[in-house]
Write a protein that binds this ligand. Structure first.
Ligand SMILES: Cc1ncc(COP(=O)(O)O)c(C=O)c1O
Length: 386
């Protein structure tokens, strides 16, 4: 079979390779602890599952869903936004449910990028920003996230010739993979930068609720002018332990939402109505429920940071996300360090280069394994320290 040329520029999704390698080791009898993929180990809260179970029995929910999603779902999403960020959204024009945020992120360039247009993407960054751009015929331009700048891109250093061709800017805070957070002043400046240059500012915020020690992540849509030039992506996946349900949302600029909805109406037929009804239950959860899940992650941060410190790896405690961004000691070779952990401790972490060349020098540790596996990983890492 002859592959389409565009596929050469988008290798198979990195985590597919990791899953395969870990599965192979497990088949050989190695007890691998997976701290690689960011997939919550805890179950979806019972109230959400119960709502879905009840909805499943209603034949009205078995038919094609609407493209735009249930009215009450978009209203509930807009309410959640008001409650959480004090931002008013029109549920009819500024809210679009997605089949997981990955789907919307991959499709957005089809709505706003022509062949030859530039898409500004963070490096290191979530791979779909660049692969979505490539599939739409766009050219990703990497914005380096450096530790000395708090992993915030320096938009002023993007060459004018690149900026002139740019149609879309991707930002992602709290950040995957670096776990960095962005002050609202940075988001304000990014919106102003995009407004002046006719660029759509897309902020991917699936980790906005996974925060610690009182930190509250801002929304891009709180920035002046963001509702004209900005769109924000959220996900139910990480906040509510719902990765398998595939549901998220895009909110913001009515023009961007309309264009993305136009693409999607040609690609998918909406979210299973049973899942939409479950989301209604999720969005009604009291904030304490999210806080208690975050407390669990914070405990894992403490234990793993201490274990890594014992082997000379000092990891700054992140204020958000369920990742640790660990500096690789010595020559900073992230692949070699990850391979060493896998072979000597049977602990699987993700080499930073998997997120782009800018991720070299770090590995990403995901805190989404059950408590006893986290403890066992800590024991093994400490044993390496000897
Ligand atoms: C930064 C970022 N964006 C988007 C996603 C996709 O989330 P989902 O498609 O489950 O909503 C992920 C998942 O790992 C992510 O890390």
């Amino acid at each position: 079979m002859r592959a389409a040329a565009r596929l050469a520029a988008i290798p198979e999704y990195f985590f597919a390779g990791i899953r395969e390698r870990v599965a192979q080791l497990r088949a050989e009898g190695v007890d691998v602890i997976g701290l690689d993929v960011g997939d919550p180990d805890q179950p979806t809260p019972a109230a959400i599952v119960d709502r879905a179970a009840a909805a499943l029995r209603d034949p009205a929910n078995h038919r094609y869903p609407t493209y735009a999603g249930l009215d009450e779902l978009r209203v509930a999403m807009a309410h959640w936004y008001r409650r959480r960020f004090d931002v008013e959204l029109d549920p009819d024009t500024q809210v679009l449910p997605l089949l997981g945020s990955k789907e919307g992120i991959a499709h957005l360039p089809f709505a706003v990028v022509d062949p030859g247009d530039v898409v500004l993407v963070p490096d290191p960054g979530y791979a779909v920003y660049a692969s979505g751009a490539v599939m739409a015929g766009g050219e990703p331009h990497a914005l380096r996230l450096r530790p000395e700048r708090g992993f915030l891109p320096d938009l002023a250093t993007v060459p004018d010739a690149v900026v002139r061709r740019a149609r879309l800017l991707w930002l992602n805070y709290p950040n995957n993979p670096t776990a960095a957070v962005a002050p609202s002043e940075f988001l304000d400046a990014a919106v102003a930068f995009c407004a002046e240059r006719g660029i759509l500012c897309a902020h991917d915020a699936p980790y906005s609720e996974i925060t610690f020690e009182g930190y509250r992540a801002p929304s891009l849509l709180q920035s002046p002018g963001a509702l004209e030039v900005g769109v924000e992506f959220h996900s139910l996946s990480k906040t509510y332990n719902m990765t398998g349900w595939r549901v998220g949302m895009a909110v913001g600029s009515a023009a961007a939402i309309r264009l993305l909805a136009q693409v999607k109406s040609n690609v998918d037929s909406g979210i299973f109505t049973v899942v939409q009804r479950a989301v209604l239950a999720a969005l009604q959860e009291p904030p304490e429920a999210v806080a208690s899940r975050n407390a669990l992650i914070a405990g894992r941060q403490t234990r793993l940071c201490a274990a890594f410190a014992a082997m000379g790896v000092d990891i700054p405690r992140p204020r958000a996300t369920f990742y640790l961004w660990a500096p690789v000691p010595g020559d900073g070779d992230s692949r070699a360090f990850a391979a060493g952990l896998l072979h000597r401790a049977a602990v699987s972490v993700t080499p930073g280069v998997a997120f782009g060349p800018g991720g070299e020098g770090f590995v990403r540790v995901s805190l989404t394994a059950p408590e006893e596996r986290i403890d066992e990983a800590c024991r093994r890492i400490r044993a390496l320290a000897g």
